[in-house]
Design a protein around this ligand. Sequence first.
Ligand SMILES: Cc1cc2nc3c(=O)[nH]c(=O)nc-3n(C[C@H](O)[C@H](O)[C@H](O)COP(=O)(O)O)c2cc1C
Length: 336
Amino acid sequence: MRRVRKKEHIENYLKTSFKGDTLMGDIYLPHNALPELDFEDIDTSISFLGKKVDYPILINAMTGGSVFTQEINKDLATLAKELNIPMAVGSQTIALDDEQSKESFKIVREIIGPEGIVISNLSGLASLDDVNKAMEMVNADALQIHLNLAQELVMEEGDRNFKGILKNIELVANKIDKPLIVKEVGFGISRDVAEKLYNVGVRYIDVSGYGGTNFIEIENLRNHELDFTELYSWGIPTALSLLQLNGMKEDLSIIASGGLRTSMDIVKSLVLGAEIAGISGELLAYLVHGGYPNAKEYLEGTINKLKIIMMLLGKENIKSLRNTEYKVTGKLRELL
Ligand SMILES: Cc1cc2nc3c(=O)[nH]c(=O)nc-3n(C[C@H](O)[C@H](O)[C@H](O)COP(=O)(O)O)c2cc1C
């Protein structure tokens, strides 16, 4: 069942047509006509989870668990290795009691090697025992716990009882010896939720906001009982989620994701306080439609344009990029 579902998620993601809006377009960045910089000196590297990565881009959680998804994970891991960027695997629940599907996750660490960053992924209801097994499976540098309420509720066979998740997250946060990242899957994290997470010990939050992959639509294409079209515009736009969490606590790291597709999205995410920007759906689309070379070309082009935008802003490195002054306009300003 799970294996089929994982394949359907990919197939249905590619079939989705609703276009959400991250509201990143409402962030205005000023041009610098006199940057006093040499393009060659633009440095995009950052330190993330205690390791140096070459670009502030994370290949965010997507898949694993079958032969089909293993091929995707192989390509994604090769991209992560070649570009020296981190990668999170998809939910590992499927591999906890199915030996066969473990390989599709393990291969990610095998390709990336010990120096790179691999992040585990499980649901907010996972037990400590399962967390340990999942992290060991990929020798994880960190664990992602996903909050996917909207997805589960639209899934006919999805979870309906979400009581006790925060307590469970607290337990996991306090027991594992690697960082814990709590993430959404495309509906965003509000300041209120972020505060609750912070108060139980979470120090990394991936907002994974609205505007990109839409799990209500993905699941609606699988659900033949009820029509959820009216909920397609549900969620906190990524830019709003980032602004709500920006500067909340000094020791809280924010990861941006949800509808990030372009270099400009990445730059704006960093300016709004994110440590790194996660991409899932857009990269998957390039990979599935045009294979590994196409996905690589997309990421390389994105990196090149990232440097160009840094130059246009007069910022030589990511630290100074984060100090860019910005203006909030339009609907985003209204929502704030
Ligand atoms: C096909 C597909 C499968 C996904 N599976 C998972 C998953 O297993 N665990 C998880 O935490 N997020 C999962 N996600 C959500 C992404 O990690 C991300 O939060 C979300 O897609 C928003 O980013 P995007 O708009 O760049 O795709 C999945 C996304 C896609 C497209």
